[in-house]
Design a protein around this ligand. Structure first.
Ligand SMILES: *[C@@H]1O[C@H](CO)[C@@H](O)[C@H](O)[C@H]1NC(C)=O
Ligand SMILES: *[C@@H]1O[C@H](CO)[C@@H](O)[C@H](O)[C@H]1NC(C)=O
Ligand SMILES: *[C@@H]1O[C@H](CO)[C@@H](O)[C@H](O)[C@H]1NC(C)=O
Ligand SMILES: *[C@@H]1O[C@H](CO)[C@@H](O)[C@H](O)[C@H]1NC(C)=O
Length: 276
């Protein structure tokens, strides 16, 4: 009887061993390739080639290459959204209709692109959205969306980075649509998007949340020390036109500047990090 029990126990242990090994193998081989929550490691950008590359195609492509490179190096999966993605949201037609009615007021194509990105984000289920001039510093991939997925902006400028669930992107989009229908959207400045004005108003009125976690590029000068570059617990850094001009660079050099600055930042961070 005791022998039988021992044998059953032995077989059980062997079975547990085999299952354990199988699970371990699964974790080693399968899971790294298929992260359980891919959306948490995805950063989105809205990039409509025709619009973005209409004025300065080379500069736009360079900036996009630097944007992708620096997000990837921080462990993120960059996903480029286009009008094609927007078409999967029922709000796409609403936006196109509202834009056509407001056509006489809104001069720039860029404006269309700025509003269309909210539709695209709603269509892909929400998450993180970054502007083309913004790359991560201390923001880690895989974390939950801040504030339980409530719509959040991370000023420096109001539209540099945003996060929220699909429902939240739709909610903000409906506010933008209402303003568009009332003719309140255009900034009157070509190439400048009006959505950041709406976001600013919504923050002031407590309709969306704001965390000051994006620093402007000129926060670090060319001569900034490592202590200077690593003492601010920002999520990201924004190479806006104003901030790179403050540093004495032209928009043409934005992509190269993003690469160079972030290479310096990574070197500083690695030097300061004792445990990798
Ligand atoms: C975010 O939204 C949830 C509901 O989804 C709400 O319960 C919560 O209080 C909100 N959090 C903040 C920080 O506003
Ligand atoms: C950063 O730079 C400024 C001068 O530009 C200096 O006053 C400050 O102490 C520096 N150090 C840190 C840790 O920020
Ligand atoms: C980092 O610096 C910015 C820019 O001045 C500031 O607004 C922000 O509060 C700082 N953030 C943190 C987390 O220290
Ligand atoms: C930034 O660096 C990456 C990696 O070397 C490169 O692929 C990309 O083209 C660079 N972009 C610019 C504008 O220098």
């Amino acid at each position: 009887m005791l022998k039988l029990w021992l044998r059953a126990f032995g077989q059980g242990a062997a079975l547990v061993g085999v299952l354990g090994a199988a699970f371990f193998t699964y974790k080693q081989i399968v899971s790294p390739r298929r992260p359980r929550t891919p959306a948490k490691r995805v950063v989105h950008i809205f990039y409509d080639k025709e619009i973005e590359e209409a004025v300065a195609p080379h500069a736009a492509r360079e900036t996009l290459s630097a944007w992708k490179y620096n997000w990837r190096l921080a462990g993120w999966h960059p996903r480029i959204l286009t009008t094609f993605d927007s078409q999967h949201s029922s709000l796409h037609d609403d936006l196109v209709h509202a834009l056509s009615l407001a056509r006489y007021k809104h001069a720039s194509e860029k404006e269309t692109s700025c509003l269309m990105r909210y539709v695209a984000m709603a269509a892909v289920g929400g998450g993180w959205l970054s502007d083309i001039d913004t790359v991560p510093t201390n923001l880690q991939p895989g974390r939950d969306l801040p504030n339980n997925g409530n719509f959040t902006v991370f000023e420096n400028e109001f539209a540099s980075m945003m996060s929220g669930t699909r429902v939240e992107f739709e909610r903000v989009l409906r506010v933008l649509l209402r303003r568009l229908r009332k003719g309140k959207v255009s900034t009157g400045v070509p190439g400048v998007c009006s959505d950041k004005h709406t976001l600013r108003t919504m923050v002031a009125e407590g309709q969306i949340l704001s965390m000051r976690l994006v620093i402007p590029a000129d926060f670090w000068s060319d001569t900034a020390t490592c202590a200077n570059m690593t003492n601010n617990r920002s999520f990201a850094i924004q190479f806006s036109q104003a901030s790179i001009e403050n540093l004495g660079y032209l928009v043409d050099g934005r992509g190269a500047l993003m690469n160079r600055t972030m290479d310096r930042w990574r070197a500083c961070r690695n030097k300061n990090t004792l445990v990798v």
